[in-house]
Design a protein around this ligand. Structure first.
Ligand SMILES: CCC(=O)SCCNC(=O)CCNC(=O)[C@H](O)C(C)(C)COP(=O)(O)OP(=O)(O)OC[C@H]1O[C@@H](n2cnc3c(N)ncnc32)[C@H](O)[C@@H]1OP(=O)(O)O
Length: 302
């Protein structure tokens, strides 16, 4: 008698898929011994071009991460990958921070992997290493106890489109656009974009955007939930004006709160664990910000 499960099993084994818990996992993917990050960083910092810089403003508690490789539309070199990793590691020890704005210099967010670097690491093992380094930076950035915003002006292409998914929010200038071109370039997402995009817009829209490689305008990004707000631009190349607008937008959410409160709320939202939520929550309970609020007899009726 035909067994319907057998057909499914055959399909699964044909595709080198194995059931693991409730998930199917690929079994025909070559496994690499995990290289230590220090080793990967040493290798990647040799692929020069551009830089990523960090500026912390102690007055407003906002840090600014600038992607700067303007001549190459902010194509992300190996060195920039290491710079980003350094920036995020430094932010992890910033006690009084509240927010982070990630932006591209010269009116482009980021055109993805710098093709000179890409050509130098164009083999499966180095691809695994690049993904390891970028996953480390992206997930550390995402989990920082600060509210993070990507400010997208101009284009966010390929890895650049993935990078903007690392932050809590995305602000786009009206004429900016996002384009996941990885499939057109013969690859998948290597900077955590598949996972993050799926979480943000759902798996069908993620598949659609990744397979069609189509341009997503700022207006459409807003509808899809890829963007949270649009900012007006007088001149897309005017980094300072755009950064100022993003700062205002972020400040509307964080300026009136003590850094300990912002950090607690962000920590709670990303921890996904009630025991951890209790621990983080208890750091502000009974603290000065709570005492001050109680002493003010605040009414919430307007
Ligand atoms: C990690 C996996 C990935 O990220 S896959 C995606 C890799 N990125 C790409 O393939 C982007 C290729 N570039 C482009 O599509 C265009 O240059 C874009 C970004 C749309 C900009 O077009 P447009 O405004 O007309 O400027 P342009 O082409 O004249 O560029 C100016 C100079 O910059 C360069 N450039 C641009 N992006 C990169 C990049 N990612 N890596 C290396 N170089 C890049 C262009 O080649 C051009 O250089 P040049 O002035 O001709 O020497």
């Amino acid at each position: 008698m035909a067994c319907s499960g057998c057909a499914a099993l055959k399909l699964v084994s044909n595709r080198n898929l194995k059931v693991l818990g409730s998930r199917y996992v690929y079994t025909n993917v070559k496994k690499y011994a995990a290289s230590p990050l220090t080793e990967i960083r040493e290798q990647f910092r040799k692929f020069v071009g551009g830089g990523v810089s960090l500026r912390k403003n102690e007055d407003n508690g906002i840090a600014y991460i600038a992607i700067d490789h303007v001549k190459k539309k902010n194509g992300f070199s190996g060195k920039m990958m290491v710079d980003l990793n350094d920036a995020v590691l430094e932010l992890e020890s910033w006690k009084t921070g509240k927010g982070v704005i990630l932006y591209g210099a010269g009116g482009t967010f980021c055109s993805g992997g710098y093709l000179d670097t890409v050509r130098n690491i164009c083999n499966s093992e180095d691809g695994y290493k690049m993904a390891t380094l970028m996953h480390d930076s992206v997930m550390r950035l995402r989990n920082l106890p600060f509210v993070s915003v990507s400010l997208v002006t101009g284009k966010a292409i390929g890895g650049g489109a993935e990078l903007m998914l690392a932050t809590d929010f995305r602000l786009m200038s009206y004429s900016s656009e996002i384009r996941f071109v990885e499939a057109r370039m013969g690859v998948g997402t290597g900077w955590a974009g598949g996972t993050l995009l799926q979480q943000l817009v759902g798996h069908r829209t993620a598949l659609d955007l990744l397979l069609t490689c189509r341009k997503v305008s700022a207006d459409e990004a807003l509808v899809l939930g890829l963007a949270d707000d649009l900012i007006e631009e007088k001149d897309d190349d005017d980094d300072e004006a755009a950064v100022m607008k993003a700062t205002e937008w972020l400040n509307e959410r964080i300026a009136s709160h003590h850094h300990s409160v912002v950090q607690t709320i962000k920590g709670i939202v990303v921890c996904n664990d009630l025991e951890e939520e209790r621990r983080i929550f208890s750091t502000t309970w009974g603290g000065k910000a709570q005492q001050d609020a109680l002493n003010k007899n605040i009414k919430h009726n307007n």
